[in-house]
Design a protein around this ligand. Sequence first.
Ligand code: AHR
Length: 509
Amino acid sequence: NAARLVVDDDFEVAPVDDRLFGSFVEHLGRCVYTGIYEPGHPTADEHGFRGDVIDLVKELGATTIRYPGGNFVSGYRWEDGVGPKRDRPRRLDLAWHSTETNEFGLHEMAQWLEATGGNELMEAVNLGTRGLEEALDLLEYANVPGGTAMSERRRANGADRPFDIRMWCLGNEMDGPWQLGHKSAEDYGTLAASVAAGMRQIDPGVELVVCGSSAHGMPTFGAWERTVLEKTYENVDFISCHAYYQPFLNADGTRDMASFLASGVDMDGFITDVAAVIDAVKAQLKSTHDVYISFDEWNVWYQGEEPSKVPEGIGNWPVAPRLLEDVYTAADAVVFGDLMITLLKNADRVHAASLAQLVNVIAPIMTEPGGPAWRQTTFYPFATTARLAKGGTVLEPKLAAGSVDTPRYGEVDGVNAVAVRRADGTLAVFAVNRSLDEAAQFEVRLPEGRRAGEVEAITLHDDDVFAANTLADQNRVTPYANGTAAVDAEAGTVRVTLPPVSWTALHVR
Ligand code: AHR
């Protein structure tokens, strides 16, 4: 099993947008309550924000934060979450059959983002149970400096300066029958077009994300994008993609790990397909405007195998129950790293992405109420990719790799890889070995004339692909320095051995 990546400085895909390293905080389970917000926790500040979590968010390198949902937003009244906390109502959260106390809302989110070092807020408006008027009220509240009912209400609530939110999601997963207020593409496209136009009348500089499909496999996929874009194209900047991966089950009930490790192939196809619809609608409308992809929910998620179930019963609406608290394995982190490579490879079309989600809920960061916070296996590929790729330029991935056979996707590249030229001129390369049992000899052919002095390689791999980090064993899986990496200055190459089921980052100086 061998693979070669030929890197050429003259062939660029696109600059790496910082927004590719976005994440997502939804009012769901313990993402907000006992996740980022836990008054009384030993590390909490005066706002109740957990300091241990803030430190990990900084280390993760997450940028834009999508908020407040998710499915949650389709029943959310944003006004409930502003003003004196004692006056805020407790409401039913129909998406997750929970009680929303509204102790945490827009102002707290803005304060928390400041505490994390100034991450950008990507706000979603409710187009499930609500519409144009409420979206306009929220935009006025958030972005108008003062002198009007909504903007003065914000100022009275303690935020003198506007929040100046640039990115807005026009609802969430409106193609999904599970969505509160689910709509047809026709109805959603018409509503989103009017909301987009209205929002621009208040603030022409907002960047708007219209809902695409909530999965590549949705029965309405493709047609949904076409109809929605035909109605909204000139007034939106992004169309969303959402994708979650987990192992399919073989006929004998075992997990199809080979296909799972090739999940990046599906994500790549999803992006190619949506880009084709964008191009077709652009041509049809004879437009000069560009629409990009916001891949604003992506992750590994064991949806069919959740240990927790969404609560049930008319009298049972718990506050912040444990939901979607997936424990990620070494194999999950390899798939996750592959998804990040795939996003980078498509940086010309994908200008924003949000890892769903940030804390406790299908998350890289876990917490215990009153207790510690720790890193899941997936934390590491995210943090390292963000650290090495931010500010860089993706170079065209010329990859020659042996193939592996997968039941779902057929023959796929056994190694997936991409190179990023960093702002300081050094090179970062990210690679995964998708093989279940064979190591890969991976060679990077450096750009002509580039003299590499040294290489630093870190690899995430565990002989037990199901090993995971847990409360009891928080550092069971961590990346290690890969001692096989070596520069051959004469040949202009870097070589490294990639163990089976592994993710590796190279920094070539
Ligand atoms: O991220 C969890 C859920 O997945 C979100 O609420 C929803 O948008 C998606 O279906």
